[in-house]
Ligand binder design. Structure first.
Ligand code: SF4
Length: 231
């Protein structure tokens, strides 16, 4: 499937050490997380494609205002032609952040080795035994998930792990297990789930602020930095 660009957020409030960033959205995903906010992108429906020329023109015009480009999805690494698009973005001098579900470690490693990505934000859906269930029972290749994690934790690239907290999926025991699993990692964000009508499934609930604080306390020693995001 060739890559399609389906949206630009001109200014994103992302945590990139003070960098001003825009976000560009790509189509398609191999997961089906019920809490996913990008239903149309994931299912490839109602997409209004933006040409890559438009993306490049936008980035050229804002070169003096923006520092970084976040490439998100869907799952950007599904597309073999992602690399050639990143080459064009890099030529403009942008810092590139890649959002990924971690299912395609070989592409992430290759993009890093080619100098095409500077920062990776990887979703941690749940503990390993609960991973597939948390992605609506799609088959998740856990070897690939672990390979991406290992790469991020040992390569020297800037990265973060993040979990969107869902009442129906995450207990404090799960978060403690994730903390042990990822022990020693740099940054872990516990993200607030916001239920809206763009989610794949409509009947899910957020974890309360009080519980999220307890989750954070429970894993504070496992990471250099643990933060709540969106609370
Ligand atoms: S949350 Fe991410 S990995 Fe899950 S379905 Fe949505 S885009 Fe795919």
């Amino acid at each position: 499937m060739s890559i399609k660009f389906c949206g630009i957020e001109p200014l994103s409030l992302v945590d990139l050490d003070g960098k001003l960033a825009c976000t560009i959205f790509t189509n398609g995903c191999n997961f089906r997380c019920p809490f996913c906010h990008n239903k149309d992108l994931v299912l490839n429906q109602n997409i209004q494609e933006i040409s890559f020329d438009e993306i490049i023109n936008f980035l050229k015009l804002r070169k003096n205002m923006l520092d970084a480009v976040c490439v998100t999805g869907g799952e950007p690494t599904l597309h073999p032609d992602l690399e050639e698009k990143l080459i064009e973005i890099k030529k403009l001098g942008y810092y590139i952040k890649l959002d990924t579900n971690g299912s395609n470690p070989d592409m992430v490693i290759d993009l890093y080795n080619k100098g095409l990505i500077d920062y990776v934000a990887m979703d941690i859906k749940n503990t390993l035994p609960k991973y597939s269930k948390t992605c609506d029972n799609v088959h998740v290749n856990l070897f690939n998930i672990q390979k991406t994690i290992n790469f991020l934790m040992t390569s020297g690239i800037e990265y973060e792990f993040r979990t969107t907290l869902i009442n129906e999926f995450h207990t404090i025991e799960d978060i403690i297990e994730i903390g042990k699993w990822l022990n020693g990692a740099k940054k872990y964000f516990l993200q607030k789930f916001v239920n809206n009508n763009t989610c794949l499934q409509s009947n899910l609930n957020e974890i309360s602020y009080i519980n999220a604080i307890n989750f954070k306390k429970a894993v504070k020693d496992n990471f250099e930095k643990v933060e709540l995001r969106g609370y």
